[in-house]
Ligand binder design. Sequence first.
Ligand code: UDP
Length: 254
Amino acid sequence: MNRRRKIYEGKAKDLYEGPEPGTLVQYFKDDATAGDGAKHEILDGKGVLNNRISEFVFTKLNMLGIPTHFIRRINMREQLIKEVEIVPLEVVVRNVAAGSLVKRLGLEAGTQLPRSIIEFYYKDDALHDPMVSEEHITAFGWATPPELDDIMSLAVRVNDFLTGLFMGVGIQLVDFKIEVGRLYEGDTMRIVLADEISPDSCRLWDIKTRNKLDKDRFRQDLGGVVEAYREVAQRLGILVENDNALTTGPRLVQ
Ligand code: UDP
């Protein structure tokens, strides 16, 4: 990993030059941040778990024909991905009221929404990722109207898949954030899913106990963050019961 040139340093992930043109290596760190980086901790083993959970989800999405940047996992913390041009938007899909929606609209957390809702935020740390409308996105050229159509149908397909996947293991998918990119192949360009899908970017509630199994444990100082992420991985069948990702590394069961 040290031999490769780092081309981007993020809060929870770094990107390195890939082995071939058009590829990158995505490295999952143990860093957790919240409140625009005001809160920062190292959570031992988080990166390993997110790498595995995101690999699991992206592999299944690829199999379903939902295009992603994911090629394959390389090791405990790295995955090989296709280089894309990131669209500067955070795309949030919500099924149940939580987080900023609750504050903004005065809803009660946990209220089922009348239908799934897609929101867009402009990716700009200095501006604290402001919420934007389709009008802003197309007027400022962050995405074209046809790209926005593709982004929204991709978001809906990912939501349908994830909702069923998590429901099957007793977890309610409350909301999640995705990022998308433009993949150039020859003369063609298409919108693909990029970044990661993990408990860092989803709200996941245990259906029976209502326990939070996601980054809200960190944001709200609830403790047991890595344990909750490991629970998600174990329920998905990625980690064997009692497997300890911190000391032995995850064992592959399939
Ligand atoms: N989210 C994220 N990164 C961000 C902001 C939000 O992954 O920078 C995810 C968050 O984990 C949740 C969803 O997007 O699953 C909706 O987040 P919300 O807008 O409620 O913001 P928050 O309350 O997390 O500030």
